[in-house]
Write a protein that binds this ligand. Structure first.
Ligand code: CP
Length: 305
């Protein structure tokens, strides 16, 4: 029984396998339409979500399985004080696999220690979001055709943005990756990411403030939302929330084959005027997330095709 709590729980070879499965699902959806018949996915969302929860649910339905779960902690017995550990034990009696989102870092890991079925981390606090990274990787593969030798700009809230932390981990295993980290001082990438991932792996990185100055060198631009829900002080959020807004004018010096990503939801970080630019890939990224979650469910349930 295998859980995925961190993107690093999956080897590069396993990620390659998931990417191949996702591309086969895209090419041959009917082949997969009944492979999870009789299986149940439990979506335990203690924090709001649109994409992650609904794409997990769509993924399981498109595999022929069923879904149970809750989308609000207040409608579960956690509101009466039930622990994550007990919740995981209970859900193991009803389902075959769990996707859990929780505001507390480490909660899905605790669930995985107590469940007798696989647990997938669907986002834990400001920590990790491995299935968003799988969506990001499939999008990069389909748009750029490679993971090596890319200059990746990460822009916005690099402190609390869990998708950025997971993506840095994942891309650090490929060669020739450079990161350009663009943020205000208050939202810089945490030191532990530099000390544990970037420096030991010899990854080239710079920390910059100007999106316009960084733009010409980027192959990928990963925009992020300032994470209002992680701020202790609303005044700080209001001061920082619109630091970076991507507009068509700011793309004038960008590469013709730039790939613009955003895990979404977007607030103001990308003007809607950018949506029609052929370099805007964030809605393709949403769809790719469903295919990668289908591939991951199949892998963790050990479904033979
Ligand atoms: N990208 C992402 O995690 O979106 P949701 O919060 O809507 O699930």
């Amino acid at each position: 029984m295998r859980s995925v709590i961190d993107i690093m729980d999956l080897s590069v070879e396993e990620i390659d396998g998931l990417l191949s499965t996702a591309e086969d699902i895209i090419a041959n959806p009917k082949k997969y339409a009944k492979v999870c018949e009789g299986k149940k996915l439990a979506t335990l969302f203690f924090e709001p979500s649109t994409r992650t929860r609904l794409s997990f649910e769509a993924a399981m339905y498109e595999l022929g399985g069923n879904v149970i779960g809750f989308s609000d902690a207040n409608s579960s017995s956690s509101s009466k004080g039930e622990s994550v550990a007990d919740t995981a034990r209970v859900i193991s009696c009803y389902a075959d696999i769990i996707a859990m989102r929780h505001p507390k870092e480490g909660a899905p890991f605790v669930a995985s220690l107590n469940a007798s079925i696989p647990v997938i981390n669907a986002g834990d606090g400001g920590h990790n979001h491995p299935t968003q990274t799988l969506a990001d990787l499939l999008t990069i593969k389909r748009e750029k055709g490679r993971f090596d030798n890319l200059t990746v700009g990460l822009c916005g809230d690099l402190k609390f943005g869990r998708t950025v932390h997971s993506l840095i981990n994942a891309l650090s295993r490929y060669s020739g990756i450079k990161f350009v980290m663009i943020s205000p001082d208050e939202l810089r990438i945490p030191d532990y990411v530099k000390q544990n991932v970037l420096i030991p792996n010899g990854i080239e990185f710079s920390e910059e403030k100007s999106l316009e100055e960084a733009m010409p060198k980027l192959d990928i631009l990963y925009m992020t939302r300032v994470q209002k829900e992680r701020f202790f002080n609303e005044a700080d959020y209001i001061r920082l929330k619109d630091t970076y807004i991507l507009t068509p004018e700011k793309l004038e010096n960008a590469k013709e084959d730039l790939c613009i990503l955003h895990p979404l939801p977007r607030v103001n970080e990308i003007s809607v005027a950018v949506d029609n630019d052929k370099r805007a890939c964030y809605f393709k990224q949403v769809l790719n997330g469903k295919y990668m979650r289908m591939a991951l469910i199949l892998k963790l349930l050990e479904v033979e095709i």
